[in-house]
Design a protein around this ligand. Structure first.
Ligand code: ZN
Length: 166
């Protein structure tokens, strides 16, 4: 898994300048644990200024040390898992970043980005790059079951299933 800093640094400069035209509509953060350890999950709806009127959904999972308040330590390099549902991430980033263990094939067909990113460089789209700023500082909250998404709910059901008496 790559550090979030590594992904940010590898992002092309034109994407970095486009990121300044992206706004955060809704954001949320909470703490979870999986086989790679405890991590902060940051999700947000991002909207770029301009013709693209569709909000994009980003997820950044930051692994590693947390301070007592649940905030991430700024200076530490955090291994990260990232995803965005925009076309750019789909065609340029998803497979390349997944190959380095920092994303998963969710939107694309998993084929190598032969034309758009032939060297398979792992980097971020403008929505994710803009979201990194928020992801560091967003304080994790306790989650309400009513706010879980469908996949999260079915995950939860799968986890508790063995413990439900028949
Ligand atoms: Zn994106």
């Amino acid at each position: 898994m790559l550090n979030l800093h590594t992904l940010m640094r590898a992002t092309p400069t034109n994407i970095a300048s486009n990121a300044s035209h992206v706004n955060v509509l809704k954001k949320n953060a909470w703490v979870e644990k999986d086989d790679k350890g405890e991590h902060k999950v940051f999700t947000a709806e991002m909207l770029s200024v301009g013709p693209d009127k569709k909000p994009r959904n980003v997820t950044i999972k930051l692994y590693g040390t947390r301070t007592a308040s649940g905030r991430m330590k700024r200076k530490t390099k955090h291994p990260a898992w990232v995803h965005c549902d925009c076309e750019y991430f789909l065609y340029y980033c998803e497979v390349a970043v997944t190959a380095r263990g920092s994303s998963s094939v969710i939107t694309s067909n998993g084929n190598f980005p032969k034309i758009r990113n032939p060297r398979m460089r792992p980097y971020l789209c403008k929505h994710l790059l803009r979201a990194t700023r928020e992801a560091w500082k967003e304080k994790p909250k306790k989650r309400q079951v009513s706010r879980l998404t469908e996949p999260e709910l079915s995950d939860m059901v799968r986890m508790v299933q063995p413990f439900i008496p028949r």
